[in-house]
Design a protein. Structure first.
Length: 104
């Protein structure tokens, strides 16, 4: 029996009060996994890769900004409903968004 291939798409949302990421946005530097970012982080540069959950997006953004990161990506596990009810209520001076793998 041949099973049909599941198509995976990426669903993204952006924090409401941060610089918008467009086709012309350039984000450089290393990407560092920082866990949940719910507490103060060691100094870093580049993009913080942050796991979704446990604390508010604003707390995550404040912590990665204070640590010196210039961008943040929040991720979550693959879910069938993707980002159906995600609203990133956070404000800051660096680009910050959330991404999820979605099954379709």
């Amino acid at each position: 029996m041949v099973r049909p291939k599941r198509r995976r798409t990426r669903c993204t949302a952006q924090a409401t009060g941060t610089p918008q990421i467009t086709d012309n946005t350039t984000i450089t530097g290393p990407t560092t996994y920082v866990g949940g970012a719910c507490a103060a982080l060691p100094a870093g540069t580049g993009t913080a890769l942050v796991e979704r959950g446990t604390c508010a997006f604003q707390v995550k953004l404040d912590n990665i900004t204070a640590a010196g990161y210039t961008a943040g990506i929040v991720f979550q596990n693959v879910r069938p409903d993707c980002l159906g009810q995600v609203s990133m209520l956070a404000s800051g001076t660096i680009p910050d968004g959330v991404t999820s793998g979605c099954s379709a």
